[in-house]
Design a protein around this ligand. Structure first.
Ligand SMILES: C[C@H](NC(=O)[C@@H](N)CCCCN)C(=O)O
Length: 495
């Protein structure tokens, strides 16, 4: 971690005066729970509409008269731009401020769904595709902005719980889509109503975003946090800040790439997988695959709270990578048969692994980078995740099409096992690096561990010895002053 900030005693003591304004910090009051409630529903519409096509696949293919490949494009056109966009989305969040980001990305999501629903209602595939593309331009970045604003309001002991709540409520959106869309189609015989319900949910999420922004602005005013546009150049986030990202952050990205291939890419093909290998009907397969996200909706906040208490983030990431890999090993050794029960339990295990992973991995990111680059870091991780979600299905499709054993699914499952092993390996490398750099991720108080680690860097010790006047050195030698200094530096986002 760079420790380049100029240390001048005058600045430092005035910094400590800010302690007073922190007494009025509304993020330390009950207001933060209203904030969390709004943040949780910010992406509800997004998750609901993302899987609209899969819930209505047969009907959409009929209505729009499209092939399976063209149907798949409804997802690809969302994913591929997101290899690039969330990175800039995160950068933009850090540069222009999270509030404007939330508003713009939510507009893209809502407008995208309106165009998609309109395209389907006039039976125009190109218009529907355009709508999915516009949704993609905001979908992932909205998620990045959600994580960034929650990380501003919750830290230390509550961050994982808060991010876990986000995933839980968002994934309820996925589950609601699985249940509601087919039911609305049954009731009306048309897919249009369900798509406009999705639009309505996106508008509701947009409204949550507006209120979220208003509360966040109030906090900034109280704390005297400057508008990003007014910050001096040295404080502004630069694209080159990405160079400050350390080994652990990049390994978390590798880990995210492979684990999400194992969870999400498998989920995309799981319906056909269960029908082909285990003879389940379409509806039965749909119900079985919804188990993963339903389990996640229940467990994510629980694991979030647990990890805030016990820390052990890297161990939990390792454990979840093991669960996910075990699921695919079990699929590999399970022979094809007629409606066996045990593969249902595999989905529960996948749900368990995914819940731990989703509530721990994303929440580890803020502790691996400087506070001013949190948005950029979430953006980079999301871009790399989308790279996996973009190429994963192509690799799976290629393997399935070019091998015969178990209808191509044997080697597909083998591929998932390999990805899982890379997940375990990268988690081990994060563990080793974390141990070498102060055990920040595994600590139950990562902020404190990071502060300790920062003040013990050789560069800072050298700076103190060489540059500071005697009276400041004396002041610095007291533990109380050191604690105050550490807290001030972190609050001032010098680190
Ligand atoms: C928490 C995690 N988030 C993501 O995977 C993001 N890429 C957002 C997905 C948004 C869906 N349209 C997750 O959901 O596991």
């Amino acid at each position: 971690m760079e420790t380049s900030s100029e240390f001048t005693p005058g600045n430092d003591f005035s910094v400590l005066d800010k302690e007073d304004s922190n007494k009025n910090d509304i993020s330390k009051t009950r207001v933060r729970y209203y904030m969390l409630f709004l943040a949780c529903f910010l992406c509800f519409g997004n998750y609901f509409i993302y899987d609209n096509p899969s819930a209505l696949q047969t009907q959409l293919e009929d209505d729009l008269d499209i092939s399976s490949f063209e149907f798949g494009m409804l997802y690809s056109i969302y994913s591929f731009p997101n290899v690039i966009l969330p990175f800039f989305g995160g950068y933009l969040v850090d540069m222009m401020g999270v509030r404007i980001g939330i508003f713009i990305f939510s507009l893209f999501v809502t407008a995208g769904q309106a165009i998609f629903a309109f395209g389907v209602s006039i039976k125009s595939y190109p218009v529907a595709l355009l709508g999915r593309g516009i949704f993609g331009c905001g979908g992932e970045s909205q998620n990045v902005a959600q994580s960034a604003i929650v990380s501003n309001w919750f830290s230390g002991k509550e961050l994982s719980m808060a991010l876990g709540m986000n995933v839980s409520i968002s994934r309820l959106g996925s589950v609601l889509n699985d249940v509601l869309e087919p039911a609305l189609f049954e009731a009306t015989g048309s897919v249009i109503l369900g798509l406009w319900v999705g639009f309505g949910l996106c508008v509701a999420s947009l409204v949550c975003g507006v209120f979220l922004g208003a509360i966040d602005k109030k906090r900034d005013r109280i704390l005297g946090i400057q508008d990003k546009k007014l910050l001096p150049d040295s404080e502004k986030v630069k694209l080159s800040d990405i160079k400050t990202f350390g080994f652990s952050l990049w390994m978390v990205c590798v880990n995210c790439f492979v684990v999400y291939i194992d969870v999400s890419c498998f989920n995309n093909i799981a319906s056909n997988y269960y029908q082909t290998r285990f003879d389940y009907s379409t509806q039965e397969s749909g119900l079985i695959i919804s188990i993963t996200y339903a389990v996640a909706a229940i467990l994510c906040p629980i694991f979030g709270k647990l990890v805030d208490k016990i820390g052990r983030r890297v161990i939990l990431i390792m454990f979840s990578a093991c669960c996910v890999t075990l699921v695919h090993v079990l699929f590999l050794v399970t022979p094809d048969s007629h409606k066996p029960v045990y593969p249902i339990f595999y989905m529960i295990l996948l749900g368990l692994g995914y819940s731990i992973y989703a509530s721990v991995m994303w929440a580890s990111i803020p502790y691996l980078v400087e506070p001013k680059t949190i948005g950029t870091a979430f953006g980079v991780a999301t871009s790399i995740q989308n790279l996996g979600l973009g190429v994963g299905p192509l690799i799976v499709g290629y393997i399935k099409g070019s091998t015969k054993k178990e209808d191509g699914y044997y080697w597909v499952t083998f591929f998932f096992v390999m990805m899982g092993l890379v997940g375990i390996g990268s988690a081990i490398s994060i563990y080793i690096n974390d141990m070498r750099t102060g055990g920040v991720l595994n600590s139950h108080d990562p902020r404190q561990a990071r502060e300790n680690c920062i003040l013990s860097t050789p560069q800072l010790k050298k700076k103190v010895d060489e540059d500071l006047p005697e009276n400041v050195k004396k002041w610095l030698s007291s533990p109380t002053s050191q604690k105050a200094l550490r807290q001030s530096l972190v609050k001032q986002q010098h680190f």
